[in-house]
Write a protein that binds this ligand. Structure first.
Ligand code: HEC
Ligand code: HEC
Length: 207
């Protein structure tokens, strides 16, 4: 629990220092504070559990920011990490979201290094066949299916999302129409081992 609380305090103090250093007392907070949690150049930060944003498809990035802002993601009380992100999106205007998305497009994409162990890559490959239709055979994503790239994403983040979809902490909100199909997809991942296996296989793709 302690680890989860730190980032919010950290971010809020960063935002406070931005305002404090601003020339005018009521100058708006700089809305480009994402690196505070998402790591230098948006490469992701495991300590804060905030994933890599650099290289993310702009349509998916925009949609998630709008979804968090609208309260369709990151509001379930068991979705600890999502609840850290939700208020960060809530304070952005639509114009600021567009600005952040355009800014994020200039960050260099570097695939995240694998961190998880104990996965069976062969079993993961079999399990991944159920994902190919939407996410692509290299997990490169497919906008026509609304499914983002998974290759190169932080493996610990993918594990958390699959657990959250499975438990109904994500994808269960009536506003989350794009996340809803993932609830059914995770039903095919029987347990945590299956989740680790499929993510271990995703780690081999696009490298
Ligand atoms: C207080 C720390 C914090 C700050 C500041 C923050 N984020 Fe996040 N963000 C997170 C965490 C933690 C997650 C992971 C949520 C989860 O596990 O569901 C996340 C998730 C996201 C996601 C979802 C990624 C995906 O693959 O679905 C997007 C998009 C995102 N953040 C964008 C941003 C942007 C853009 C900013 C700056 C305007 C920002 N975040 C600022 C902590 C933060
Ligand atoms: C029917 C199409 C479909 C299938 C099949 C599917 N997905 Fe998805 N998946 C999606 C969509 C759409 C999203 C984006 C949800 C959103 O926008 O909130 C998504 C999101 C995800 C995310 C969250 C990504 C992020 O950045 O937060 C993960 C992880 C994921 N899928 C893994 C899988 C795995 C593993 C499988 C196979 C077991 C799978 N998906 C099968 C459609 C699908």
């Amino acid at each position: 629990m302690f680890r989860k609380v730190i980032p919010v305090v950290f971010a809020l103090s960063a935002i406070a220092s931005v305002s404090a250093s601003a020339a005018q007392p009521h100058e708006p907070v700089d809305h480009r504070f994402c690196f505070t949690c998402h790591g230098t150049d948006g490469v992701g930060s495991e300590g804060i559990q905030a994933p890599r944003l650099a290289g993310m498809e702009s349509w998916y990035l925009k949609r998630q920011l709008e979804l968090f802002k609208a309260g369709g993601r990151g509001v379930h009380p068991m979705d600890i990490e999502g609840m850290e992100m939700q208020p960060m999106a809530a304070i952005l205007t639509e114009e600021q979201i567009d600005d952040v998305v355009a800014w994020a497009g200039s960050w260099e994409y570097v695939p995240a290094a694998p961190t998880i162990s104990g996965g069976n890559v062969e079993r993961g490959k079999q399990l991944f066949q159920a994902c190919v239709m939407c996410h692509g055979d290299q997990a490169q994503g497919n906008q026509a299916m609304n499914a983002p790239a998974l290759q190169g994403q932080n493996d610990w983040y993918l594990v958390t999302q699959l657990k959250n979809f499975k438990a109904g902490y994500r994808g269960n909100n009536p506003l989350d129409t794009y996340g809803a199909p993932m609830r059914a997809m995770t039903a095919g991942l029987a347990d945590e081992q299956a989740i680790v296996d499929v993510v271990t296989y995703i780690n081999t793709l696009g490298r």
